[in-house]
Ligand binder design. Structure first.
Ligand code: SF4
Ligand code: SF4
Length: 340
């Protein structure tokens, strides 16, 4: 069952719940684009349904909410440690596309199910999140979610359908309806999601990658093409690497804080060790590492590919490098290797 509401009725629900809930959605940030006269679509807190941008892909995904670009982990003041893993208890409701919800499930594997260690900072935010699925009636240009099997939404509390001056919420999670304090008043609907890609991609679904693929010449081209800017890493909803930084003030003894900050395998310094040794100096080696992590290593450990086919890495690359093309090249090269 579902509920049909006028836009202003839903806005009233947001207003009523704002004391203990945060609503996030993709919104337009005027003048914040690459040039001063261009706009940017990013996830931000909303106070009304009218703020949501439905017809454009967000530049960054909702990863910004669950794994902030800079996150303070703890602080020490005059020798006393304050753990910042549980600083807020507000419920977080996020309007999200299917690929981005799937991407959070990938992050769950990394931060909650990777070995025996649970990341308390990630968990503290994740436990408070519920998703409202944003339908995708048409794919955006660079998307390939169908190829990656992330087109069909899973793990959401309700689906949203927007029509002129009203919305319909179809509930999957009955407790969420109670949390919002609303009751059914109409029939539900089957959410719309893409069933074919505009530009399909063929990930290699092999169970064992031959050794020869890890030194394949196809990655050599990226030594010069890729400038190691890391935009593909920061825009990726499943890239989860970070560096830690301790911040101290010389005149405040026994005080300081630890932060974690997004990092990425394409960036200089990512694999640098004491003595200046670096595992992947060449940009092509970094591309190879990322590619196999996204479409092979992760699957070997967690049973699904890490890449969800959102296409953001292709959207942001200043060198017009297409990760989708790179995946197809790997599959072609692999087929050739297996024939030899
Ligand atoms: S690798 Fe590219 S297409 Fe895949 S999830 Fe990351 S940003 Fe999206
Ligand atoms: S965005 Fe493009 S140029 Fe920048 S690191 Fe990624 S692949 Fe290389």
């Amino acid at each position: 069952m579902a509920i049909k509401l006028k836009n202003e009725e839903f806005d009233a629900i947001i207003k009523r719940l704002r004391g203990d809930s945060l609503f996030y959605a993709p919104v337009k940030l005027s003048g914040k684009g690459r040039f001063s006269d261009t706009d940017l679509v990013k996830y931000r807190e909303i106070t009304s349904i009218g703020e949501i941008v439905f017809d454009k892909k967000s530049f960054l995904s909702l990863k910004e909410i669950i794994l902030p670009a800079t996150q303070k982990l703890f602080e020490i003041s005059e020798g006393k440690l304050k753990d910042l893993s549980k600083t807020d208890s507000k419920r977080i409701i996020i309007f999200a596309r299917s690929c981005d919800i799937h991407a959070v499930h990938r992050l769950d594997e990394i931060f909650l199910k990777n070995g025996n260690t649970i990341d308390p900072y990630y968990q503290a935010i994740r436990n408070r999140i519920k998703f409202i699925f944003l339908e995708c009636p048409t794919q955006f240009e660079s998307c390939f979610c169908v190829s990656m099997g992330t087109n069909k939404p899973v793990g959401y509390a309700a689906a949203l359908r927007v029509e002129k001056d009203h919305i319909t919420l179809d509930f999957v999670d009955e407790s969420f309806k109670t949390e919002l304090g609303i009751t059914d008043n109409c029939a539900g609907f089957a959410p719309i999601y893409p069933v074919s890609d505009i530009n399909p991609v063929s990930p290699p679904l092999n169970s064992k990658m031959p050794e020869t693929m890890f030194s394949h010449q196809l990655f050599d081209a990226y030594d010069t093409r890729c400038i190691a800017c890391g935009r593909c890493n920061t825009s990726c909803p499943t890239c989860s690497c970070f560096s830690t930084m301790d911040v101290t003030e010389p005149d405040k003894k026994d005080s300081g804080e630890r932060r974690r900050i997004w990092d990425g395998c394409h960036l200089d310094g990512f694999t640098e060790m004491a003595g200046g040794h670096s595992f992947r100096k060449k940009h092509g080696s970094r591309m190879r590492f990322k590619t196999f992590h996204k479409i092979y290593d992760f699957r070997m450990r967690f049973g699904k590919d890490m890449c969800v086919g959102c296409g953001r890495c292709d959207d942001v690359c200043p060198e017009l490098i297409s990760f989708a093309d790179c995946i197809n090249s790997v599959t072609k090269a692999l087929e050739k290797e297996e024939r030899i």
